[in-house]
Ligand binder design. Structure first.
Ligand code: ATP
Ligand code: MG
Length: 245
């Protein structure tokens, strides 16, 4: 099934106790694409990411990765198959050094033992030279932007086929967000497939091929990102933004 998408999510449902955060959500990511998921606060974006990466067990629906059903595999098993995630809020280990956080990202491949893992580390540090300068520093002592660089670099250490990033911009100044968006665009041009969840829709739509809009626990729209960006209903109804006067 060489034409199967890299990732296919079918009718996914995620519940927290009695509350249903996501229902009937479907999406597809093809190799080489950069796909955006946009939506307001509480729309269900993180629940969708947790459900597809295995951080929560979906109550219904299926997740297929590389054509195989992986719905019930735990997150670490999905990482080993090539599906890595940069979680919302980054979740780095603040007391550990930058280097140790990066090594943890290579855990699925046995840490830094192999020459290949060392090359991957070199590539990640070339992408984010600031991390190289701070390798021995506790990760929690870095700025928010630097911590997000670390979280992305840690994801890359898993040598993923698909990198999922939840809220790139969280708590960051626009200038830093723009810089990181540029890095993601470059990584995608070099061949990395990316699924980017972002509340600040315009940043994500600027670099994505295709976009999904999540509102009130459902995927309410999808299409080429240019089309989504021009859709007045998306901006006004689902994202609650008035057109600029
Ligand atoms: N662990 C949890 N327990 C109970 N309810 C939860 C939990 N996590 C999320 N929810 C609820 O599920 C709904 C969707 O939340 P989710 O975090 O998926 O939204 P989101 O689109 O990622 O929002 P944001 O843009 O703020 O990150 C919200 O109503 C939220 O309160
Ligand atoms: Mg979220």
């Amino acid at each position: 099934m060489s034409h199967a998408p890299l990732l296919a999510v079918e009718d996914l449902e995620v519940r927290y106790g009695a509350a249903t955060a996501l229902r009937g959500a479907s999406l597809a990511v093809r190799r080489g694409q950069l796909v955006a998921v946009i939506g307001n606060n509480g729309a269900g974006k993180t629940s969708l990411m947790r459900g597809l990466t295995g951080l929560v067990r979906p109550s219904a629906g299926r997740v297929l990765f590389k054509g195989e059903e992986v719905t019930r595999l735990p997150a670490h098993a999905k990482v080993a198959r090539g599906l890595a995630m940069v979680p919302e809020g980054r979740l780095i280990f603040p007391d550990q050094s930058v280097e140790d956080n990066l090594i943890l990202g290579a855990y699925a491949h046995g840490g830094l033992r192999t020459p290949r893992a060392k090359e991957t580390l070199e590539r990640a540090l070339a992408l984010f030279p600031r991390l190289r300068e701070r390798l021995r520093q506790p990760a929690g002592s870095m700025s928010g932007g630097e911590q997000q660089m670390l979280a992305i670099a840690r994801g890359l250490m898993a040598e993923p086929d698909l990198l999922v990033i939840d809220e790139l911009s969280l708590g960051l100044a626009p200038r830093v967000v723009e810089q990181l968006i540029g890095v993601l665009r470059d990584l995608n041009r070099q061949g990395l497939t990316i699924l980017l969840v972002e509340q600040l829709a315009s940043y994500a739509l600027a670099i994505a091929d295709h976009a999904y809009v999540v509102a009130q626990g459902r995927v309410v729209r999808d299409g080429p990102s240019g089309q989504i960006a021009r859709d007045p209903e998306v901006m006004e109804t689902f994202l609650g933004k008035k057109k600029a006067a």
